[in-house]
Design a protein around this ligand. Structure first.
Ligand code: FES
Length: 568
């Protein structure tokens, strides 16, 4: 028997001795033989003093352990890397693959029959799901849940759409030092993840749609008692999965499960980062995310969730309106309701059990959508041969067809230094271009794609401009912003060829982004590009590995050697 404590014995050349030694040592923790003979549920601990989004993880762990033990199994908590968005240098994305490797290897290395991964801050759920998919052990995901909303001068506030909106007001001189200080104490009033439809909320909703977590797990606010009851219930499910040896991620993550996730990503007006993470998860399976299919879904699937930054509400309102189960019920035949969940239920059963909340307006019916089309579009053109993405549900309608003069910034540092220079030659009709901010260029594809409006223009009342880059953008941000231009400029992508004053045409209806410079001139510019030597930051360690192996955005920015063989 190779279950429980007998799984994956450390190699000493004598299996009996390996088990004897393992038991002898673990008994130092005070466990009885009865406890050690039970099926084991591993539970990740991503609590960190640096990660306020995960501030409720200790309580979630306690509740999950209770659920496991109530079901007769044995919980073992183990630590993994924790990544908090605003505490990760150079970027959290740079560390996502490290967390995925750490989590996968610790799941593989230690004896467990199922695993509960607890995460939430932007890159953590993607990393944990990538790990779980590769380890292919029965897995239950418990998101930490969103923060509750804040209040300021009679207005409801949320991290971090309102962080950006109010910081833009501060830059424009509309609010003063005292007020911005007061706001900083009100934007994040509890532990939990950003409570708008940013990357954390997007990934939690996608996880629920993929059937990897229990119904309502994406939306219950982080401090609510309901979240800890959900954790207890998740513990029970994980214990049942340990005994049944399934379902495994490979049984749940089918082609239609990935299609469902894409439909939900569009219908929630989800984060552009969600597309990269979903692509990375799919690359760990035989399935793939095809950008053209994703874009086509966007034309068919309306945005039904009225949450910032595309709409008005916050995650707790989505929760009280019925959460993801109610969304699935509204989506109806747009999703494959026969897809299965960790409980062995179908999404049809989940949707049928959804609460119908009279008078709620956070989850719209299909005949009354927030936007008739989905939130994200994939663009192509001579600037982005392998694609770029725009969250047009959060863009300015009149800028969706726009031709303007390029104002180029060579790097994030260059942009920071020159953007507010009063002498910068820039008008509201120009297109701000940021390059060398892709997966390898920055490195780690920072969320710098939300270039601020130059101060001079902001003070004159300019609220939005077309901005393009090979960077990412926080899911909490908004504006007419083209991201993930692929291939990135640091590896010679066409974005590297743009010069100040070139004309750039964006046409979202046609799904195009083009540099209006003739082909001969582009060839000349391309020939003059110097081939990039390995950057100094990549000389050793994880940085070296990252620079050698990271894939472009259209392939999910995973490491090339972590992918599973695809079915195409
Ligand atoms: Fe952690 Fe937003 S900073 S989810």
């Amino acid at each position: 028997m190779t279950d429980g404590l007998r799984k994956g014995l450390t190699s000493y050349g004598d299996a009996g001795f390996s088990l004897f030694l393992r038991k002898a040592f673990i008994k130092a923790m005070g466990y009885s033989d009865d406890a050690l003979d039970r099926p084991i549920v591993g539970i990740t601990n991503t609590y960190s003093d640096y990660n306020p989004c995960h501030g409720n993880v200790p309580q979630i762990i306690e509740a999950a352990k209770r659920g496991v033990m109530l079901s007769g199994a044995m919980p073992f908590v183990f630590p993994t890397i924790s990544i908090a968005e605003s505490f990760a240098h150079p970027t959290s994305m740079y560390l996502r693959n490290l967390m995925a490797m750490d989590t996968e290897e610790m799941i593989r290395a230690q004896p467990m029959d199922s695993v509960i991964v607890i995460g939430g801050c932007d890159k953590t759920l993607p990393a944990q799901i990538m790990a779980a998919v590769s380890a292919d052990l029965p897995t239950v995901v418990i998101p930490v849940g969103p923060m509750v909303v804040g209040h300021h001068r009679g207005e409801v506030l949320g991290a971090c759409t309102d962080c950006r909106r109010l910081w833009a007001k501060y830059r424009a001189g509309e609010i003063d030092d005292g007020e911005i200080e007061a706001v900083s104490g009100r934007l994040a009033p509890s532990v939990g993840t950003c409570m708008v439809m940013g990357t954390a909320s997007t990934m939690a909703c996608i996880t629920e749609a993929l059937g990897l977590s229990l119904p309502m797990s994406a939306t219950i606010p982080a401090p609510h008692a309901e979240r800890f009851r959900l954790a207890e219930a998740s513990g029970k499910v994980a214990a049942a999965m340990a005994a049944a040896k399934g379902p495994r991620p490979s049984e749940l993550l089918t082609k239609s499960a990935f299609r469902n996730a894409q439909v939900v990503l569009q219908a929630i007006g989800g984060s552009t980062n969600g597309l990269i993470h979903l692509t990375a998860i799919a690359h760990r399976t035989p399935h793939r995310i095809d950008l053209e299919t994703f874009d086509k879904l966007g034309r068919e699937v309306p945005v039904l969730i009225d949450l910032k930054p595309s709409g008005q509400h916050y995650m707790e309102h989505f929760h009280h309106a019925g959460g993801v189960p109610r969304l699935l019920a509204q989506l109806g035949d747009l999703v494959d309701l026969d897809a299965r969940t960790i409980e062995g239920k179908t999404l049809r059963q989940v949707a049928a059990a959804a609460e119908d909340v009279p008078g709620q307006d956070a989850i719209r019916p299909r005949q009354m959508p927030i936007k008739p089309e989905g939130g994200l579009a994939v663009l192509r053109g001579n600037l982005a041969p392998r694609g770029a993405v725009i969250k047009y549900s959060a863009a300015t309608a009149k800028l969706l067809q726009h031709t303007g003069r390029a104002v180029v910034f060579e790097s994030v540092e260059d942009m920071t230094l020159r953007l507010d220079d009063p002498a910068l030659d820039v008008t509201a009709d120009d297109v701000l271009v940021l390059r060398n901010a892709g997966p390898k260029g920055a490195p780690g594809m920072p969320e710098a794609g939300y270039l601020p409006i130059p101060k001079r223009l902001a003070r004159a009342g300019v609220k939005d401009m077309v901005r393009i880059s090979d960077a990412r953008m926080s899911g909490t941000a908004f504006g007419t912003i083209v991201l993930h231009i692929t291939p990135e400029s640091a590896i010679g992508g066409p974005l590297a060829l743009v010069k100040n004053g070139d004309m750039i045409r964006l046409d979202v209806e046609r799904r195009s982004i083009d540099l209006l410079v003739d082909e001969g001139e582009l060839k000349r510019r391309s020939a003059a590009l110097k081939s990039a030597a390995a950057p100094p930051w990549a000389s050793r360690g994880y940085a070296h590995l990252f620079n050698e192996a990271v894939l472009q955005a259209d392939e999910g920015c995973d490491f090339d050697f972590m992918r599973a063989k695809g079915k195409g």
